[in-house]
Design a binder for this molecule. Structure first.
Ligand SMILES: Cc1cc2nc3c(=O)[nH]c(=O)nc-3n(C[C@H](O)[C@H](O)[C@H](O)COP(=O)(O)OP(=O)(O)OC[C@H]3O[C@@H](n4cnc5c(N)ncnc54)[C@H](O)[C@@H]3O)c2cc1C
Length: 230
């Protein structure tokens, strides 16, 4: 087993461990997949989306969303956006197969699928794991729609290849996502009881999409949102 970080005796008291099974950068670009083995996690208890506090450096933990879990093998995948200069990005890019993976805990988030409704996802690339998790929790075929905004075309092109189950539109500018949200809102306004929106990612996107949906008559109870970064 390769260990890539040193960990103090104090941190060892509360930190949990797993292993990096493999890593992948979509088209060699800015979306890093980390495949993890987490032997101590009981994935069968997950009824809502989760977040995991990953140890990035000494006493520094960053939230990511476990997705595509296999409860028997005790594995899952993180989809980490590395397009910005941040410690989390640098950490994700450095990870290699067989490295020890440290995390503080896994917390339950608030989103869960709604049976029988169409799920409409609007978000940025940090929300990919979250949307995959909602699909997995639905455990049966759900009707989905929506749009994910990326900030480069290379990574955007990787969505269909790497997450073919996530049938959403990919765009590289926010205006196109807002246009799509507007179109969908107009189409489903009179049938909104049969739809649920999940709006996830950066604060500006959430504020703009919520406002736009409401302007077009979508009730706030049909919109679930979660801010990931500012
Ligand atoms: C519950 C939860 C689940 C999350 N799940 C995921 C996930 O599955 N995948 C994922 O990629 N992110 C996810 N995030 C977002 C992630 O935790 C943040 O983006 C975090 O700030 C990244 O840490 P960092 O050390 O790389 O950058 P930081 O040091 O926190 O930030 C450095 C600078 O970059 C900006 N910044 C932060 N993130 C981004 C970004 N993505 N794009 C552009 N600028 C940015 C900050 O505003 C700051 O100016 C999640 C957040 C939460 C709260």
């Amino acid at each position: 087993m390769v260990t890539t970080t040193r960990i103090s005796a104090i941190e060892k008291v509360f930190v949990k461990t797993g292993q990096i099974l493999s890593t992948r950068a979509w088209n060699g670009g800015n979306m890093h997949e980390l495949h993890l083995h987490l032997p101590d996690v009981d994935f069968d208890t997950w009824k809502k989306t989760q977040s995991i506090k990953c140890r990035i450096s000494s006493l520094h933990y960053t939230d990511y969303t476990p997705a595509m879990w296999d409860a028997t093998e005790k594995t899952c995948t993180l989809y980490i956006d590395t397009s910005h200069a941040g410690k989390g990005s640098e950490w994700a890019k450095r990870q290699r197969r067989e490295a020890v993976f440290y995390y503080l805990n896994i917390e339950e988030e608030s989103h869960l699928p709604e049976w029988g409704r169409r799920h409409i996802f609007f978000g940025d690339r940090t929300a990919i794991g979250h949307f995959c998790a909602i699909q997995q929790l639905a455990s049966s075929e759900i009707n989905i729609d929506g749009c994910v905004v990326f900030n480069d075309i290379t990574t955007a092109n990787g969505l269909a290849e790497n997450c073919p189950w996530l049938q959403v539109k990919c765009v590289t500018d926010y205006q196109r996502l807002y246009d799509h949200a507007e179109q969908v809102a107009i189409q489903i306004k009179d049938d909104q009881e049969n739809n649920v929106f999940y709006v996830v990612g950066n604060a500006q996107l959430i504020m703009s999409v919520r406002k736009l949906l409401k302007t077009h008559g979508i009730d706030g109870s049909r919109i679930k949102s979660k801010g990931f970064w500012k």
